[in-house]
Design a protein around this ligand. Structure first.
Ligand code: UD1
Ligand code: MG
Length: 498
C-alpha cells in the first residue's frame, strides 16, 4: 500500500497557527529541571514535539511556545530544533494552569483569523501525520468545520488523565479532570490527550469565561470545549487508535518506558532496514538520529549517540561510546573506547581503551591502541599509536609510528602549542615532544628522548634534551618503515621498542 501523505488543509481554510505549552515544571518528575527539558533518545522532550509540529507547516510560520520554568533553557532547546526564526516565545510568569498558559498568547494570536493547534510539550511521540489528520477533521467537520476538535484515546488505565464525557448520542459533552471526576466519570476509559484544534477567536472568547473553580484551583484549558459546546458551537472528537503515540510523559517511570520503546524501535529499524547486527537489543543504545551502515555489528553495551554516522562492515565492541562522530567503513572499535566529535576513516582500528575527542581525526587504515588519547589531532593514513600515548594539537603524517608512552607536551601552563610529525617517522618509546615542535620526514627519536627543538628530515635524535646523533641514510629509514618486514626488529634496535 502506498504511504499516505498528511492530509492537506482545505484551500479556503484559515491559516494554521501552532501553540506548544511548555511552561510547567512537571511536579511529578520530582526534578529541578523542567519536564520538557528531560531527554528522550538524547533530545529534550520539547524538541521532539517541535519537530513533529514544524513538519506539519506547509509554509514558514513561527510556532508559538509558552515558556515559564527555565524559560531560557526551554527556548534554547526549541530554537535548536526550529531555528532562530522558527519560534515565538510567550512567557507565562506564574503557572496557573493550561488555560492560563494559552491565555498568555492572546495578544499575539487573537487578531489572527486562524485555526490554532494546541499541543502539550510533553507528548514526544506525536507524529505530524496525526496532527495533520486532526486539523483535517477539524476543518471538514459537518462540511463547515468545528469550533474545537480534541484528540482522544481509549486507555485500559486512564488514571490521572482528563476524561472525555459524551452525551447519550455519543457527542462531546465536556472534559473532566481526574481530580474533579465522580467515581462514575472515572470509569470512562476515553481520555483527553491534551492536543486540540480551535478556531482562535472562539477559543479566546471562551477562555475569558474559564474560572479556577476546581480541585486544583487552576485555569483549565479543558473547560473550553465544554464552554463552546454550551454556546451551541460544534465540538468534534478525533478518537485516535494509538494511545502511546499521543500520551504525555508525567513521571520518570513513564519517561523510562518511552525511552525503552524508542530505543527498541530504533534498533528494530536498524536491523530490518539498515542491515545492522545488534547482538543484544536489550543492552544496546543508539540515538534515533544516528545512521549505521549494513553489516556493521554492535556488541552489547555500546552507546551510539547524537548524530553519529557509522559506515558499513564495522565492528563496535562492548563498553564503547561514540557521540556525534563519523566512522567510515570497515572500522574496528575494540572494547571500552570513547569517541566524541571526531572522525575515523575507513579501515581504522581503535582501542581497546582509546579516547578520541574534540575533532580528532584518524585517516584511512591508521590505528590507535591501548590507553591512547587523541585531542584536536590528526593521525595520517597507515600511521599507528598503539600504546599509552597522548596526541594533543598534533598533526601526524602518513606511515608514521608513535612509540609506546609518547606524549605531545602541548600545554605550557598558559597556551596550547602544535606538534608536527611528518611522514614515515619513528617516534621512540617514551618520547616527550615539547610543543611547538616539528619532526621532519623519515626521522627517528631514541627511546626516552625529550624533543625541544625541530628535528630535520632523515635525522636520528636522542637524549634529554634530544640532540642530533646522525643523519640517516636512505637504507636506514627504509629499514624502520612499518611496511618493511624486519621493521619490528630494527625499530627495537634504534628506538627501544614500538
Ligand atoms: C493535561 C489535561 C488533561 C489531559 C492531559 C494529557 C488540563 C487541565 N488537563 O493534564 O485533561 O488528560 O494533559 O496529557 O489541561 N503547562 C503550562 N502552564 C501551566 C500548566 C501546564 O505551560 O500553567 C504545560 C506543561 O508544561 C505541559 C502541558 O501544559 O507541557 C500539560 O500540563 P500537565 O501539567 O502535564 O497537564 P496534565 O495534568 O497532564
Ligand atoms: Mg501531562
Amino acid at each position: 500500500m502506498e504511504k499516505q501523505a498528511p492530509p492537506s488543509p482545505l484551500a479556503s481554510a484559515p491559516p494554521l497557527d501552532i501553540l506548544i505549552l511548555a511552561a510547567g515544571l512537571g511536579t511529578r518528575m520530582r526534578s529541578a529541571t523542567a519536564k520538557v527539558l528531560h531527554r528522550l533518545g538524547g533530545r529534550p522532550l520539547i524538541a521532539h514535539v517541535c519537530r513533529s509540529a514544524t513538519a506539519l507547516l506547509k509554509e514558514a510560520r513561527p510556532i508559538y511556545i509558552i515558556v515559564g520554568h527555565q524559560a531560557e533553557e526551554v527556548g534554547a532547546a526549541a530554537r535548536a530544533e526550529l531555528g532562530e526564526e522558527g519560534a515565538v516565545f510567550v512567557t507565562q510568569a506564574e503557572q496557573r494552569g493550561t488555560g492560563d498558559a494559552v491565555m498568555c498568547a492572546r495578544e499575539a494570536l487573537e487578531g489572527a483569523n486562524s485555526t490554532l493547534l494546541v499541543i502539550s510539550g510533553d507528548v514526544p511521540f506525536v507524529r505530524a501525520e496525526t496532527l495533520g489528520a486532526l486539523v483535517q477533521q477539524h476543518r471538514t467537520h459537518r462540511g463547515h468545520g468545528a469550533a474545537c476538535t480534541l484528540l482522544s484515546v481509549k486507555l485500559d488505565d486512564p488514571t490521572g488523565y482528563g476524561r472525555v464525557i459524551r452525551d447519550a448520542e455519543g457527542r462531546f459533552e465536556r472534559i473532566v479532570e481526574q481530580k474533579d471526576a465522580t467515581p462514575e466519570e472515572r470509569q470512562t476509559g476515553e481520555i483527553n490527550a491534551g492536543i486540540y484544534c480551535f478556531e482562535t477567536r472562539l477559543l479566546f472568547d471562551a477562555l475569558e469565561r474559564v474560572r479556577p473553580e476546581n480541585a486544583q484551583g487552576e485555569f483549565y484549558l479543558t473547560d473550553v470545549p465544554g464552554i463552546l459546546r454550551a454556546d451551541g458551537e460544534d465540538v468534534s472528537i478525533y478518537l485516535h487508535a494509538d494511545a502511546r503515540e499521543v500520551s504525555g510523559i508525567n513521571t520518570r517511570v513513564e519517561l523510562a518506558e518511552f525511552e525503552r520503546v524508542l530505543r527498541l524501535r530504533t534498533l528494530r529499524s536498524l536491523m530490518l532496514n539498515s542491515g545492522v547486527t545488534v547482538i543484544d537489543p536489550q543492552h544496546t543504545y543508539v540515538s534515533p538520529d544516528a545512521q549505521i551502515g549494513s553489516d556493521t555489528v554492535l556488541h552489547p553495551n555500546t552507546h551510539i549517540e547524537g548524530r553519529t554516522v557509522i559506515g558499513e562492515g564495522c565492528e563496535i565492541h562492548s563498553g564503547t561510546r561514540i557521540t556525534d562522530s563519523r566512522v567510515g567503513n570497515g572500522v574496528t572499535v575494540k572494547d571500552n573506547c570513547v569517541i566524541v566529535e571526531s572522525e575515523v576513516a575507513d579501515g581504522c582500528t581503535v582501542g581497546p581503551f582509546a579516547h578520541l575527542r574534540m575533532n580528532a581525526r584518524m585517516e584511512e587504515h591508521s590505528a590507535v591502541g591501548n590507553f591512547v588519547e587523541m585531542k584536536k589531532s590528526r593521525l595520517g593514513s597507515k600511521s599507528k599509536a598503539m600504546h599509552l600515548t597522548y596526541l594533543g594539537d598534533a598533526e601526524v603524517g602518513e606511515r608514521t609510528n608513535i612509540g609506546a608512552g609518547t606524549i605531545t607536551c602541548n600545554y605550557d601552563g598558559k597556551a596550547k602549542h602544535p606538534t608536527f610529525i611528518e611522514n614515515d617517522v619513528k617516534i621512540g618509546s617514551d618520547t616527550m615532544l615539547v610543543a611547538p615542535v616539528r619532526v621532519g620526514a623519515r626521522s627517528v627519536t631514541g627511546a626516552g628522548s625529550v624533543v625541544t627543538e625541530d628535528v630535520p628530515p632523515d635525522t636520528l635524535v636522542a637524549g634529554v634534551p634530544a640532540k642530533v646523533k646522525k643523519k640517516l641514510l636512505h637504507e636506514e629509514t627504509q629499514a624502520v618503515s612499518p611496511e618493511n618486514k624486519n621493521a619490528e626488529e630494527v625499530t627495537t634496535a634504534v628506538t627501544g621498542g614500538e
